[in-house]
Design a protein around this ligand. Structure first.
Ligand SMILES: Nc1ncnc2c1ncn2[C@@H]1O[C@H](COP(=O)(O)OP(=O)(O)OP(=O)(O)O)[C@@H](O)[C@H]1O
Ligand SMILES: [Mg+2]
Length: 243
């Protein structure tokens, strides 16, 4: 059986009196494309913050490639794109990429950087412009470029398609599929259920602190006897918006 890339065992996280994660169990095998789905405020970003040890966990255990998440070297094998990606505004795109890669003892040749920009439909001229002059979508693409150039075994992307135009979304999906073919582990959140269906072999639905569903996108539709993701998801969370 494949090694676990990410494992949660009965993880609980409260903010004050609010129980955001109420005993979450998760086991994502290395090489899996995994999608974390849930409505606004469901706790997706909180779950990622717990995974990255950005916040305290009330109880339970989290492991990354078999190492406890609170050990700093547990995070050495991953790249992370936050949901609100804000690079230092005074850096150029090139400086930012250089800084991010150097932090992980990595580097990327000019050719690789330009190829990545082209793959993301980002004009190479932006490399020498300060990040403050980037549009929202350009900034998001820069963050994705930094994650993808790092060539980490595990990518954690919180709403990677946010702010991207349809062409860029198609390009990013293509890049994510390539990662999967290379055997890397992809962990992402998305509100675009069709993206999850296209990219992921494994997904969970987080709702009211618990995992309401765990399995493939096809199994979600089968379980609720629906032929598309949105009604299956709505039924899964017991929404009366489901027609
Ligand atoms: N630092 C914090 N302090 C207090 N409450 C918080 C904090 N961060 C998140 N929360 C609360 O935890 C809940 C889950 O928030 P979270 O950001 O994890 O949701 P999400 O699923 O990522 O939502 P979205 O789809 O909007 O990004 C929300 O009710 C939110 O208000
Ligand atoms: Mg979020």
């Amino acid at each position: 059986m494949a090694q676990s890339a990410v494992r949660f065992d009965q993880v609980r996280k409260n903010y004050g009196h609010q129980a955001v994660l109420q005993g979450v169990d998760l086991d994502i095998a290395a090489g899996t494309s995994f999608g974390l789905v849930g409505i606004n405020g469901a706790g997706k970003t909180t779950l990622i913050k717990c995974l990255l040890d950005f916040c305290h966990v009330d109880s339970g255990r989290i492991e990354i490639f078999g190492t406890r998440h609170s050990e700093s070297h547990a995070r050495a094998r991953l790249a992370f794109l936050p949901e609100r990606f804000m690079p230092p505004y005074f850096l150029t795109g090139r400086d930012f990429l250089g800084y991010m890669l150097a932090r992980d003892d990595r580097a990327a040749s000019e050719d690789r950087v330009r190829a990545m920009f082209a793959a993301l439909d980002l004009d190479a001229a932006a490399l020498d412009k300060p990040v403050r002059s980037y549009s929202k979508g350009m900034t998001q693409k820069l963050g994705l470029a930094a994650c993808l150039l790092a060539e980490s075994e595990l990518l954690i992307l919180d709403e990677p398609m946010s702010g991207l135009d349809p062409l860029a979304r198609a390009r990013v999906k293509q890049l994510l599929r390539q990662l999967r073919e290379q055997g890397r582990t992809l962990f992402f959140t998305s509100h675009a259920l069709s993206d999850v269906e296209e990219i992921c072999e494994y997904m969970v639905v987080l709702h009211q602190g618990r995992l309401r569903f765990s399995g493939s996108p096809q199994a979600l539709m089968q379980d609720y006897a629906r032929d598309s993701m949105e009604p299956a998801f709505l039924q899964c969370i017991g929404s009366d918006a489901d027609g």
